[in-house]
Design a protein around this ligand. Structure first.
Ligand code: UGA
Length: 466
């Protein structure tokens, strides 16, 4: 991953740089705000959460995201980046307003909750006093952009001609800074030549950085509906890939195959590609699970639900990974499941990993944490260690025990469950670890270890689909 703080050549020609605001400083908003300031734009980040804004303003980033804290400080110092809870300041400041608020899954339903978008857009519109562009970045059901334009038309002062555009975002947590500064594509939709030009100017900094680094960034300019759909299509495709390889893992398990070899072998076919083919405990996070549900729900509303029935199965297959993994642990320790699930009473489990993936402290819809809780429900004594996720995990799952170091977690363990491929876990040494545990038994939920190597050191090894 490139580090822009070590990149003095980040071009900062500000002559045609529109002033930008980011409404909603969650993962998406804060990363974009910081990175666009780094690219030379004058940026303001807005959020209704005063504590968050205060933290950002004083250079504190309350999330774990590699490289971002340094860039926050640097750009606060440059004077190009500031934060506010005052919507009037935002409305007066920016030429382009990016909407980055959350669109969580509605309580008890599969569809997306658009209330934060409605609140942000309505509030902003009421405070505008000049023509500007409002661009949606949040992940939304198709049709939202047109509704946002209606909201703007209803609430902005008459005659300003405020327009709505859309530009989906593909950043991955743990690689967020890189994904914003060096995206593999830019997608946007504008409703007029004026808006199109403004969006070109907004993305100019990214293209200039690419030119300095001798890279190309393809641009797809399209209509509003397509821009909205691109995002959910990408996440649905990635989810399907993961569930597909997990289905193959099940088949490997009953036939003696090895899903990691299988994934490698099919991945060499460029039409398939080798990314997102890591079988394991399933996908989680704040995006993939909710986005496939929202897409299915929206397709149903639009009368094409049948075409998306498979996504329901992608979701189900993913959820089943959790009970499947609990059964795998039970089998490994010789306590096969009865009708009420396994009884793991008295079993000391060293549980490595709580976040939804490595290099983040995010535990939203984390498969690892969900499985830890299931093991606890089966009465196991689960001791969890995670390099960055302990505080968040503790708040969400207080019934589990948490420790601050790996040696504390594995001491006297009857079984080690290595669930999230943090570097610290992937590089574990079987012999050294073996000296710390009570029993050499390992469930490799990351499929990161060489089974033969671990077996050679006396471990009873079990992976997923191998
Ligand atoms: C995902 C997309 O990858 C981003 O492109 C998108 O912008 C983002 O959602 C979003 O909608 O905002 P993210 O949620 O950060 O990004 O996480 P991913 O890296 O996609 O991983 C999602 C889950 O899939 C994790 O639980 C991960 O462990 C799992 N996964 C990933 C697998 O189980 N196998 C794989 O081969 C890859």
């Amino acid at each position: 991953m490139g580090n822009p703080t070590q990149n003095p050549e980040t071009p900062q020609n500000t002559t045609t740089r529109p002033r930008i605001s980011f409404l909603g400083c969650g993962y998406l908003g804060i990363t974009n705000a910081i990175c666009f300031a780094e690219l030379g734009y004058e940026v303001i980040g807005y959020d209704v959460d005063a504590a968050k804004i205060e933290a950002f303003s004083s250079g504190t980033l309350p999330i774990h995201e590699p490289g971002l804290p340094e860039l926050l400080k640097k750009n606060l110092e440059s004077g190009r980046l500031r934060f506010t809870t005052d919507i009037q300041t935002v409305a007066d400041f920016a030429d382009v307003h990016f909407i980055c608020v959350g669109t969580p899954q509605r309580q008890g339903e599969h569809s997306a909750d658009l209330s934060y978008i409605e609140a942000a857009v309505t509030d902003l519109s009421r405070h505008l006093s000049r023509k500007c562009l409002i661009v949606g970045k949040s992940t939304v059901p198709v049709g939202t952009a047109s509704w946002v334009q209606e909201l703007v038309d209803r609430h902005a002062p008459e005659g300003l001609g405020v327009e709505v555009g859309w530009s989906p975002e593909f950043l991955q947590e743990s690689n967020a800074m890189h994904d914003v500064l060096r995206p593999n594509r830019i997608v946007y939709a504008a409703q007029s030549e004026w808006a199109s030009k403004l969006l070109r100017d907004v993305h100019k900094g990214i293209l200039e950085l690419a030119a300095v680094e001798d890279r190309e960034v393809p641009i797809v300019e399209t209509d509003l509906a397509t821009a909205e759909l691109v995002k959910v299509a990408a996440n649905a495709f990635l989810s399907t890939k993961i569930s597909f390889i997990n289905a193959m893992a099940d088949l490997c398990e009953v036939t003696g195959g090895d899903v990691t070899d299988l994934a490698r072998a099919i991945g060499y076919d460029a039409r398939i590609g080798n990314k997102f083919l890591r079988a394991g405990i399933g996908f989680g996070g704040g995006c993939l699970p909710k986005d496939i549900r929202a897409l299915t729900a929206r397709a149903g509303e639009l009368g094409v639900g049948e075409s998306f029935r498979f996504l329901g199965e992608v979701d189900q297959l993913n959820s089943r990974r959790r009970s499947h993994t609990v059964r795998a642990v039970a089998d490994l320790v010789g306590r096969p499941s009865g009708p009420a699930g396994p009884n793991l009473s008295g079993l000391r489990v060293a549980y490595l990993g709580a976040t939804f993936k490595p290099d983040t402290d995010d535990i939203r819809d984390s498969p690892a944490l969900a499985i830890a809780r299931k093991l606890r429900q089966a009465r196991a004594d689960v001791v969890v260690y995670d390099p960055e996720g302990i505080e968040n995990a503790k708040a969400a799952a207080p019934e589990l025990s948490f420790v601050k170091t790996l040696p504390e977690a594995v001491a006297e363990a009857d079984v080690v469950c290595a669930m999230v491929p943090w570097e610290e876990f992937r590089t574990l040494d079987p012999e050294a670890l073996g000296r710390q545990v009570a029993e050499r038994r390992i469930l490799d939920g990351m499929n990161a270890f060489d089974p033969e190597q671990w077996s050679a050191h006396g471990w009873d090894y079990r992976g997923i689909g191998r």
